[in-house]
Design a protein around this ligand. Structure first.
Ligand code: PMT
Length: 403
C-alpha cells in the first residue's frame, strides 16, 4: 500500500515521524509531504532518513530529483500513485483550506487532486479545536466521507488542558492500514439491518422496553456500508448517531418494525436481525395516563409479531441472520432458534454480564446452517460485525455448493 503522509505545521509534527515508522512497519510505502510550517518544527531529513525517500517540501521542488519532471504537476502524480492520504497533524489552517478547496501549496493541491480515502488527524490548541469555525470545517470534511482520528484530551504544549492533542501514532497508523486493506466484498448487496429496542406503549406516557442501545446493529450497518453494500437500517429508538450513507428507517414499536422490514424485504439480499424486539405488548393501550388508583396493577399483554419467524417463511434465497440473546445454554438455544425460525445463521450472545446489551464489546457464537458452531472471542462490536459478514459470505458459498 502506498501512503501519502501530509505533515502540517504544529508542535505535534515530530510525532508524524513515529507515524511514518509505524506505517512502514505495517508494510506501507510512505511518501512524506511537509508544509512550510511543518519544516519550522522538524527537518525534512528526519522523514527522508526514515522513509528512504526524498521529502516533498514545496510545489516547485521535485521529490523525484528529476529535473526533466515538471514539479509543478508532481502533485497530480502524488495523488495518482498513492492509495491513502493521511494528514497528521492536521492543523486548523490545513483543515480550513481543505474544507474550502484552497490550494496554495503541495499538500493542499494534492488534496484536491486526490480521489482515494483521506484520513485526518487534527491537533491544535483546545480553543482552536472547539472554535465554531473549525467545527464547521470538520463537519464539511466528515460529510465528504473523510475519516477523522479524533484528537486526544490532555495537557497541551500551550499549557491548556482539553481536546487537541494528536492521537497516538499507533492509532492513526491502524486507521490508515485498515483503510488500505478495506474489502469491498459486499458490493452489489442490499443489506437490511434491524437495530435497537422497541418501545411498546402502556399508556400515552409509559412504555415497555429493554436495555438495547443499538450499538451492535449500528456496527453491523457501518461494516456493511464500508464493505460496499447498500444498507437499509430499520432502527428502534436509540441515542447514537446513524452511520453515514445508510438509509435510516426509524420505528418505535414491534408492529412498526415488522411493517418497515416487510416493506423493504424485496430489496434485500441479506437480512441481519439484531434488534431486541419486545416479545409482549398492550394491544389497545388507553388514550389517557393510567391513574395510580390501586395498590397493584395487572397488565394484560399480547405477544408481538415474531418478525424473524415471518422472515424465515418469506426469505426465499436471501441470507437470513438472526440473533439470540440468552442468559444460559447459549449454543443449544442458538441452534434451536436457527431451526425454529429457518435462519441461515444465528448470532448467540450471552447477556446479563458486561457484554451484549449497551457495551462497546460483545462475545458471541455463530450457529450456521451447515451445522458448524463458531466461537468468536470478545472484541469490539465493529470487529464482531465484520466477522459475521466474513462467515455469512463463506456460508453462502457453502450453501450454493450443496445445491
Ligand atoms: O443494542 P446493543 O446494546 O448493542 O445490544 C445488542 C443486543 C444484545 C441487543 C444484540 O446483540 C442481540 O442479541 N439482539 C437480539 C436480542 C433479542 O431480542 O434476542 P431474542 O433471543 O429475544 O430474539 C431472537 C431473534 O428474534 C432476534 O433476531 C430478534 O430480533 C428476533 N425477534 C424477536 C422477537 C420478535 N417479536 N420478533 C423478532 O424478530
Amino acid at each position: 500500500m502506498n501512503v501519502l503522509l501530509g505533515v502540517g505545521g504544529g508542535i505535534a509534527a515530530y510525532k508524524a515521524a513515529e507515524l511514518a515508522r509505524a506505517l512502514m512497519e505495517g508494510g506501507a510505502r510512505v511518501q512524506v509531504v511537509m508544509t512550510a510550517g511543518a519544516q519550522e518544527f522538524v527537518q525534512p531529513l528526519t522523514f527522508a532518513a526514515l522513509t528512504g525517500r526524498k521529502v516533498i517540501t514545496d510545489l516547485f521542488s521535485s521529490a523525484s530529483g528529476d529535473a526533466t519532471l515538471s514539479s509543478a504537476i508532481e502533485h497530480i502524480g502524488a495523488a495518482q500513485q498513492n492509495d491513502v492520504l493521511v494528514v497528521a497533524p492536521a492543523t486548523a489552517d490545513l483543515l480550513a483550506k481543505f474544507a474550502n478547496g484552497l490550494a496554495d501549496d503541495f499538500l493542499t493541491t494534492t488534496y484536491l487532486a486526490f480521489t482515494g480515502p483521506v484520513i485526518l488527524a487534527p491537533a491544535m490548541n483546545t480553543n482552536m479545536w472547539l472554535h465554531q469555525a473549525t467545527q464547521e470545517n470538520m463537519k464539511r470534511l466528515r460529510a465528504r466521507g473523510h475519516r477523522v482520528v479524533e484528537p486526544d484530551e490532555g495537557h497541551l504544549a500551550c499549557g491548556m488542558t482539553g481536546p487537541g492533542r494528536l492521537a497516538s501514532p499507533d492509532v492513526i497508523a491502524s486507521a490508515v492500514l485498515a483503510e488500505g486493506n478495506r474489502r469491498y466484498d459486499l458490493e452489489g448487496e442490499t443489506i437490511l439491518v434491524t437495530a435497537g429496542p422497541t418501545h411498546e406503549p402502556l399508556d400515552p406516557v409509559r412504555f415497555l422496553t429493554n436495555r438495547s442501545s443499538g450499538k451492535m446493529g449500528y456496527a453491523i450497518a457501518e461494516a456493511a456500508r464500508e464493505r460496499g453494500a447498500r444498507v437499509i437500517l430499520v432502527s428502534g429508538p436509540v441515542h447514537i448517531p446513524a452511520p453515514r450513507d445508510v438509509t435510516l428507517v426509524p420505528v418505535r414499536t414491534a408492529n412498526e418494525m415488522r411493517t418497515a422490514v416487510l416493506d423493504r424485504l424485496a430489496e434485500a439480499t441479506i437480512i441481519v436481525k439484531s434488534a431486541a424486539v419486545a416479545d409482549f405488548y398492550v394491544s389497545s393501550p388507553p388514550n389517557q395516563k393510567i391513574k395510580k388508583t390501586a395498590a397493584r396493577l395487572s397488565l394484560e399483554l399480547d405477544p408481538t409479531p415474531d418478525i424473524l419467524s415471518e422472515l424465515g417463511r418469506k426469505k426465499e434465497d436471501r441470507l437470513l441472520i438472526g440473533f439470540a440473546a440468552e442468559t444460559e445454554n447459549l449454543d443449544r438455544e442458538a441452534r434451536r432458534k436457527l431451526e425454529a425460525k429457518n435462519c441461515d445463521m444465528i448470532v448467540g450472545n450471552l447477556v446479563g454480564g458486561d457484554t451484549g446489551f449497551d457495551s462497546d464489546e460483545n462475545e458471541v457464537v455463530l450457529a450456521l446452517r451447515t451445522g458448524e458452531t463458531l466461537i468468536v472471542a470478545r472484541a469490539s462490536k465493529r470487529v464482531i460485525a465484520d466477522r459475521i459478514f466474513d462467515e455469512a459470505l463463506r456460508l453462502r458459498l457453502a450453501l450454493y455448493a450443496r445445491q
